[in-house]
Design a protein around this ligand. Structure first.
Ligand SMILES: [Zn+2]
Length: 246
């Protein structure tokens, strides 16, 4: 099920010029927002070490490509983190079966029939959150210096506010520089990232469910390598969370 969004993401985009049609008002005008077909559907996706993957938009959508490129390449628009993470949040909100790491709703108080007491009725689907942490896919030092920020970390920070789950950016680090994955074949991508990630503090990871955050998921080589390292450190489930899937 693909749902076109009207108005829903309007407020989150700051008054500026539309990236797509250059109309004044928002980073993305209302007409162009409709072109971003945010998914309201989730099908479990797993690999050897990744237990699931959530993505808001198909990366084939030319507009999402444009937005993510403005976020990641010069001249960088760091503020787009808010808008892009909001696409993920909208995706969660559109789903009929909400993931169990979404914030718990306020307990609903209602009077049961034949019972003169108030009972708390909790939605059984939503209970967790407490065992979860958000971890952004890290950048190496050189890349971080060039961009001035880690785009995955910015997304993770925004998601943390909404999900009420802590974002722990420095627990997983990238210790080696790699070639840009985009120029490599599937096999080369795996080799390119092998052994480049390191856990700094195992205690933070142990027995946690990890929401592993990145901007785009393509072949999954980077996330897979992160997941291997996190699982070795004692993490439970590793769930990928990205803006777009290629
Ligand atoms: Zn527009």
């Amino acid at each position: 099920m693909w749902i076109k969004i009207k108005n829903l993401i309007l407020d989150i985009f700051f008054p500026k010029f539309c990236f797509n049609c250059e109309k004044e008002g928002n980073y993305l005008c209302q007409d162009c927002q409709e072109l971003l077909e945010i998914s309201g559907f989730h099908r479990n996706y797993s690999t050897q070490n990744l237990d699931d993957l959530y993505f808001a938009v198909d990366y084939k959508n030319p507009l999402i490509k444009k937005l993510i490129q403005r976020f990641k390449y010069e001249p960088f628009v760091k503020k787009l983190a808010k808008s892009l993470s909001y696409l993920i949040i909208t995706h969660f909100q559109l789903m009929d079966n909400k993931p169990n790491f979404l914030p718990q709703p306020e307990p609903q108080r209602r009077v049961e029939k034949n019972e003169h007491v108030l009972r708390e009725a909790l939605d059984p689907r939503t209970s967790n959150g407490a065992d979860f942490i958000l971890i952004p896919v890290p950048l190496d030092k050189k890349r971080l210096r060039w961009r001035g920020f880690n785009q995955a970390e910015e997304l993770s920070k925004e998601l943390a506010k909404f999900l009420k789950i802590p974002s722990i950016p420095n627990s997983l680090t990238k210790i080696k520089e790699t070639f840009p994955q985009i120029k490599l074949s599937d096999k080369e991508r795996k080799e390119n990232v092998r052994g480049v990630f390191l856990i700094k503090d195992r205690e933070l990871i142990k027995n946690k469910n990890i929401l592993l955050v990145d901007d785009v998921y393509t072949t999954g080589a980077t996330m897979e390598e992160c997941a291997i390292v996190l699982k070795k450190a004692g993490a439970k489930d590793i769930i990928g969370v990205v803006v777009a899937r290629g």
